[in-house]
Design a protein around this ligand. Structure first.
Ligand code: GLA
Length: 402
């Protein structure tokens, strides 16, 4: 992706100009990225390990203070404007794009932040319903923007990005999603939107929230293939998988009293006690326990520059998600098969919550164009539907851009 920085600056500037047209004032512009998960799927809410990277698709938020207690939010994507009174925020979600903003505002207020009125203009290019975390990117962009605004209003004239605790921000945005929007997601998406870094994958321990940034080789592209099958994790399947994992832990903790989450169960434990579990629950547990091991092995492979080994782990992850966790679908499986056959592909798998959305392939940079062509043609031939393929590199997390 050439000239990404220039494109970002241009569009940040345009968003600022548009803000002035709509509201007047002197806005600041912030952005938070979408993400792709390289490996570690459905492990975050089991206190396990994940390895996502932030990608060069963003939600941008332009913001300036108001003199009253109103929040006026304009969405460029929906060409719609909504207003809230900070002292009378809605108690429940409305099933509207503004839920993400309101949820974050409510969590900020609950955490003790003094917020004043503000105008916000929101615009984004993260594909929606594609499993690339457009929702986390709006939450984190809005959260960061409002925290920075509150800090400017309180004690400083110049904002200091280091003052914002990115881990707290991620947790707060996850709470907004869990408690207001109604999806019981884990911490992965909000964390990488907050802490991601250019050219790095992020290895996160979802229990301790300790993380390490691992360099991704320059000559490897992240090819994200959108099946165009829309997914929505707010729908019941995601929460059901989570409940199945929790019931597995409850049953196993009879034998393993120290097991608080599937993170604490080893493959040997599952061998020994797995027959006590209903078949479906046992397979869900087997996926999560195996996947945690694969993430750690993948991190070691990346650190020694062994992309072949990394790629094999991605393929195993896909099989496990398809057969044991049952969150794939025929379009994702087809995309994986097509990518596997293309030249220069180290590995590929479904990415994100599943039931549609995208696959990720690690592709040698020199082979990317041929990859796009063959996968595109093959997918269209089999399904009659044109996929979208985004060639990305890892990008920075949330920050101020203008
Ligand atoms: C969604 C959730 C994440 C994670 C993934 C599956 O993206 O938001 O927290 O659980 O699904 O790995």
């Amino acid at each position: 992706m050439h000239n990404t920085n220039l494109a970002v600056e241009n569009s940040a500037h345009t968003l600022g100009q548009r803000f002035v047209q709509l509201f007047g004032g002197s806005p600041r512009v912030y952005q938070a990225p979408g993400r792709v998960n390289l490996i570690g799927e459905h492990t975050d809410y089991n206190d396990g390990f994940v390895m996502p990277a932030a990608i060069g698709f963003y939600t941008r938020v332009s913001v300036a203070p108001r003199h009253d207690r109103k929040l006026v939010i304009h969405s460029e994507n929906y060409s719609e404007q909504v207003e809230f009174d900070l002292d009378r925020l809605p108690a429940t979600r409305a099933g509207h794009w503004s839920d993400y903003v309101v949820g974050v505002v409510k969590m900020l207020v609950r955490s003790g932040k003094q917020l004043g009125g503000a105008n916000l203009l929101v615009d984004g290019n993260v594909p929606q319903g594609a499993g690339l975390s457009s929702s986390a990117s709006i939450e984190v962009a809005v959260g960061y923007a409002l925290l920075d605004l509150a800090d400017q209003a309180s004690d400083r004239t110049e904002s200091d990005p280091n003052k914002i605790d990115r881990t707290k921000l991620a947790l707060l945005c996850q709470q907004a999603e869990n408690e207001f929007v109604g999806a019981r997601c884990g911490i992965m998406d909000q964390f990488v939107a907050s802490h991601g870094e250019r050219a790095r994958a992020l290895l996160l321990d979802c229990r301790s929230l300790e993380y390490r940034l691992l360099p991704l080789p320059d000559d490897v592209a992240l090819a994200i293939c959108n099946t165009m099958v829309k997914h929505s994790i707010a729908k019941g399947e995601y929460n059901q998988r989570r409940a199945e994992c929790e019931s597995g832990v409850r049953a196993l903790s009879k034998y393993l009293p120290n097991a608080r989450a599937l993170r604490d169960v080893t493959p040997e434990d599952l061998e020994t006690y797995g027959h006590e579990l209903p078949d479906v629950v046992r397979r869900r547990c087997r996926h999560v326990i195996g996947e945690n091991g694969r993430v750690l092995q993948a991190a070691a492979a990346l650190e020694r520059g062994d992309l072949q080994a990394f790629g094999k782990l991605m393929l195993e992850s896909h099989r496990s998600l398809r057969d044991d966790f049952e969150v794939s679908c025929s379009e994702l499986d087809l995309m994986v098969e097509l990518a596997k056959q293309a030249e220069g592909v180290y590995g590929t798998r479904m990415t994100g919550g599943g039931f549609g959305g995208c696959t990720i392939a690690l592709v040698h940079a020199g082979c990317v164009e041929a990859f796009q062509r063959t996968v595109h043609e093959g997918y269209e031939r089999s399904t009659g539907c044109k996929p979208e393929i985004y060639v990305c590199s890892a990008a920075d997390g949330v920050g101020q851009v203008a």
